[in-house]
Design a protein around this ligand. Structure first.
Ligand SMILES: Nc1ncnc2c1ncn2[C@@H]1O[C@H](COP(=O)(O)OP(=O)(O)OP(=O)(O)O)[C@@H](O)[C@H]1O
Ligand SMILES: [Mg+2]
Length: 134
């Protein structure tokens, strides 16, 4: 597996979430994704990016274009230094929210991708990695 390109973007404001959506769309097009697959990864990025801003107190996104033989993919790594997630099992359940959301962000993003990994500990922030392959 090769990393063809990588960029890092800040995620502090709603405007940053909009920029992230645009950048992820551009990478998905570069990877040759269909319109449906573009929308899947953009939607996942939007959900996780909003969590980074809303719950993580802001952070960063690392956005990578991957190649594995003939396959291309997009990998997204969201990092924040916020309060972390105390109960991961609950957080990943449909309908669980400590805020005013529907609680479908994490579970939905996971379903929209081929690879999903989340690491978090109270007081140590949260890292969410997701990838989608063509
Ligand atoms: N980066 C993060 N830092 C701390 N807590 C988080 C983070 N991301 C998610 N959480 C916790 O996990 C819960 C579930 O997140 P999820 O995105 O599934 O739902 P939501 O954001 O509450 O609602 P929705 O995304 O549907 O608007 C959140 O309510 C929050 O408590
Ligand atoms: Mg959410």
């Amino acid at each position: 597996m090769q990393i063809e390109s990588a960029e890092e973007m800040p995620l502090r404001t709603s405007d940053d979430v909009v920029r992230v959506r645009q950048a992820v769309r551009a990478r998905a097009i570069a990877a040759g994704f269909s319109l449906v697959d573009q929308t899947k990864i953009v939607t996942a990025a939007s959900e996780i990016g909003r969590n980074t801003v809303d719950y993580g107190g802001g952070g960063t996104l690392r956005l990578e274009l991957l190649r594995d033989g003939q396959r291309r993919g997009v990998r997204l790594t969201f990092v924040d230094q916020g309060p972390g997630i105390a109960d991961m099992t609950m957080a990943l359940k449909d309908g669980y929210s400590t805020g005013t959301g529907l609680g479908l962000g994490l579970s939905g993003a996971k379903r929209l991708c081929n690879e999903f990994d989340i690491k978090s500990a109270p007081g140590q922030g949260t890292t969410v990695m997701l990838a989608r392959w063509k």
